[in-house]
Design a protein around this ligand. Structure first.
Ligand code: DAH
Length: 335
């Protein structure tokens, strides 16, 4: 009987090495110490044994049972440990970030500009990037001998079609199509055969504005641009109107904002002047109204045009225009 018990214990020792799951441990528990196990059968034989045999075998039987129980428990915790480390959720680990991208800084800037004007009641219009000479030049009172007409200053697609060199073309398109009053904002790409450097690109973006109604005055233009500049760059920004020339507006002005870097004190960004030029504007030239069959005695209006890259560079402190177009993820992911 003692031999039998020892054999059972040996078998158990072998079996337990191979157990890898809580289920196999449970099977072993039933097999070795369950009600129908060999050890249980042996216990049942005890009444037939002599008291000497009982004492000897009983002790071995108890030790054997205890050892099996302990080893099953030990193995169980071992298995639990390894399986929890594999399946457990580590709540301290960083969440996996989904790379969903972000809006391009130029899109953001363009959206911001458009949104300010929409809040003032402007509607958005878009024109074609390939345009006629009429929409790009003649309609806007840019005479034949104007330097911008030169082949070298404009990308021509064929003899009389070109890539628009400004979004002022959309003024013509809108006015050709509809009668006043007009209050429109017109964002889009424009093209110029400029050599690429830190501040020039052969393709860039502009936002054009056009207001046509009765009795529109220069003060309306000033008020509108003031609201725009303050919303775009902050309440403490000042505007400066400098007399200028554009064939399609009369009078015309170039408009500066007080330098947003140094607040007008003078720094490298504003070349020590305290001012940054941000747009061109003026009162729509009556000749332009005539070109689109509007009665210049009846209608007045103002127009303005601004470069989106320039505004984005000022807003974000970007010093090289090429960064917008290089698709450098490290640059773009900052926005
Ligand atoms: N089209 C001009 C340019 O590209 C910008 C401009 C100036 C637009 C004055 C206007 C304006 O509408 O009135 O330089």
């Amino acid at each position: 009987m003692v031999e039998k018990i020892k054999k059972i214990q040996q078998d158990f020792e072998k079996d337990i090495q191979a157990a890898t799951s809580p289920e196999s441990l449970e099977e072993m528990r039933i097999k070795y110490i369950g009600r129908k196990s060999e050890l249980a059968a042996i216990s049942k034989m005890f009444p037939t044994l002599s008291s000497e045999e009982k004492a000897q075998a009983g002790q071995i039987l108890n030790v054997c049972k205890k050892t099996i129980e302990q080893e099953l428990d030990k193995k169980k915790t071992e298995i639990q440990k390894t399986s929890t480390s594999k399946d457990a959720i580590d709540v301290t680990i960083d969440a996996i970030k989904k790379n969903i991208g972000s809006l391009h800084p130029l899109t953001k800037t363009m959206d911001a500009i458009v949104e300010i004007f929409m809040s003032l009641g402007y509607r958005v219009a878009e024109g074609n990037e390939i345009e006629t000479e009429f929409a790009n030049f003649e309609g806007l009172n840019i005479p034949l001998d104007h330097p911008a007409r030169d082949d070298f200053d404009t990308f021509y697609v064929d003899k009389d079609r070109l890539l628009r060199s400004h979004t002022s073309t959309v003024q013509i398109r809108v006015m050709e199509k509809q009668a006043p009053p007009i209050q429109m904002i017109m964002p889009g790409r424009v093209y110029r055969p400029d050599a690429v450097d830190a501040t020039h690109s052969f393709m860039f973006h502009q936002v054009e504005g056009l207001m046509v109604n009765k009795n529109i005055r220069f003060s309306d233009l000033k008020g509108t641009l003031n609201i725009f500049a303050k919303q775009m760059f902050g309440d403490d920004v000042k505007l400066r109107f400098r007399p200028s020339f554009f064939p399609f507006t009369e009078p015309s002005a170039e408009i500066d904002v007080s330098c947003i870097m140094c607040k007008g004190k003078g720094c490298r960004v504003c070349s020590q002047t305290g001012w940054l030029e941000i747009l061109g504007a003026g009162m729509v030239n009556p000749k332009v109204f005539k070109n689109v069959d509007y009665d210049p005695d009846k209608w007045t209006g103002f127009a303005f045009g601004m470069g989106v890259e320039r505004i984005a560079m000022l807003k974000y402190g970007i010093t090289d225009i090429r960064l917008f177009f290089e698709n450098n993820k490290q640059f773009l992911s900052q926005f």
